[in-house]
Write a protein that binds this ligand. Structure first.
Ligand code: MG
Ligand code: ZN
Length: 453
């Protein structure tokens, strides 16, 4: 691994242009103008033709700030910073055995069920209530009402965030027909609706893109498709299957597309220093040269999903619902990997930029950018030690930023945290993210925007 200089490669040209000619760094993005007119113009009620929801998994304010400082500098702005209306939402789950009591630290399954169905549930639940009863999701309701739908992630498609949109199981671990130990009642051989992989294919979003091929390769254990793999089931059901970037690029818009680009999660964008109890010398991040070049980046998947859904709805009264997840912000926070985390946040931000570009030409699109829960990483005084582990990155500003991971002993999984997170939006119904709301309110905001019930 080498860390020097590569950050300049990944920094966009436009970013450099932002700071050119600005006399003092601290004033680079300070606007000082009266924003009243712009804010009131951004408040639009009524229905949206399309909804694009972008979820940065584990992307709390801390993760956003770290990525901003690193990539565009403290006074710079990421694409996700440019949405016109911003609020905060609370993310807590509820206790499985006593759903009247909050579980203050949610996982992606309970929080996903929250925004996807409007109901609070327990950690590990995939769009089922605390009793295990399936709850209709925003994607399912949209599809039923005639919208085209899409579900995109850098994780396994069976991972919690994409799973909550099109499947209902009592445990997030039940990813494939041969991984059903935790969900006997949901298993096909017991007359259940099947694993997450099977149910996603049965729900049949028009676009399904991500990792998790290993679960699509498992064999169905009961029902109509018994003895086929889930991937074969998808093919029989009309899906066009792709497994690499070239296939994705060529995939026609006249068929639903299932892209499974990695056996498990997709490869990371960046690598860099590992934190230690005594810190690290200041370093910059490097492009992950071990990344499989045949895998699309999140922005490639976002572009394709938007273009396919747009084409599919050109002659239709109804538009589309699309979810795009930057999944490994969370996973690299768990792994205490600062460059991993920042690289995924920057890649997610490119997908946000793509959604905002589409919205510019299609102002009847609601774009929401948020997280499912907050996470570990904290910016601490440069060069200091904490009770956990720290690493120091040299940022776009040319200054040193020390990042601490201290929610679990080093070498074990770092933990989610329970603070509220940012929710930002633009387009019809965006005003409903203002103030402090609850994660479950997002379901109702999107439902109102699409006019479905
Ligand atoms: Mg996720
Ligand atoms: Zn997590």
């Amino acid at each position: 691994m080498k860390f020097s200089g590569n950050r300049r490669i990944v920094a966009a040209g436009a970013v450099a242009a932002l700071v050119v000619g600005v006399p003092a760094l601290a004033t680079a993005a300070d606007q000082h103008q009266d924003n009243t007119k712009a804010a009131s113009k951004a408040i639009v009620g009524g229905k949206a033709r399309n909804v694009i929801l972008l979820i940065g998994d584990g992307m709390g304010d801390s993760e956003i700030t770290i990525a901003r400082n690193y990539q565009v500098g403290a006074a710079g702005r990421l694409s996700m910073d440019k949405l016109p209306l911003t609020g905060a939402y609370t993310t807590y789950a509820v206790q499985k055995n006593n759903p009247k009591l909050p579980d203050y630290v949610t996982d992606s399954a309970a929080s996903g069920t929250g925004w996807a169905t409007g109901t609070k549930t327990y950690n590990g639940a995939i769009s089922v209530d605390p009793k295990g009863k399936p709850l209709p999701t925003i994607l399912e309701l949209a599809k039923k009402a005639g919208y085209r739908t899409g579900d995109v992630t850098t994780a396994e498609l069976q991972d919690a965030t994409p799973a909550v949109l099109g499947s209902h199981v009592v445990s997030r671990d039940c990813k494939g027909p041969q991984s059903m130990t935790a969900c006997p009642a949901n298993a096909k051989e017991n007359k259940g609706a099947g694993s997450i992989a099977e149910q996603l294919v049965q729900t049949k979003p028009d676009v399904l893109l991500g990792g998790g091929k290993q679960y699509f390769d498992q064999t169905v254990q009961g029902g109509k498709y018994k003895t086929l793999t889930v991937l074969q089931q998808a093919q029989v059901s009309g899906y066009h299957i792709v497994t690499d970037l070239a296939g994705l690029t060529k995939a026609p818009a006249n068929k639903p597309i299932l892209g499974a680009f990695a056996p498990n999660n997709m490869d990371l964008e960046w690598t860099g220093p590992q934190p230690t109890p005594n810190g690290t010398p200041a370093a910059t991040c490097a492009v992950n040269t071990a990344r499989d070049a045949k895998q699309p980046h999140l922005v490639d998947m976002a572009k394709k999903a938007i273009s396919v859904l747009d084409k599919q709805t050109q002659d239709s009264k109804k538009g589309f619902f699309l979810q795009i997840e930057g999944a490994s912000i969370d996973k690299q926070d768990h792994a205490a990997n600062p460059c991993g985390q920042v690289g995924e946040t920057v890649a997610f931000d490119k997908a946000v930029d793509e959604a905002l570009k589409y919205q510019k030409d299609h102002p009847d699109t609601l774009v929401v950018v948020t997280a499912d829960h907050a996470h570990t990483s904290q910016i601490v005084e440069a060069g200091t030690k904490t009770t956990g582990a720290t690493a120091t990155l040299r940022t776009h500003d040319g200054a040193d930023m020390t990042i601490s991971y201290a929610t679990a002993p080093l070498g074990t999984d770092q933990q989610h945290t329970g603070t509220e997170v940012r929710i930002a939006a633009g387009g019809p119904q965006a005003a409903n993210v203002l103030g402090v709301t609850n994660q479950t309110d997002l379901f109702y905001t999107m439902r109102r925007a699409l006019g479905v019930s």
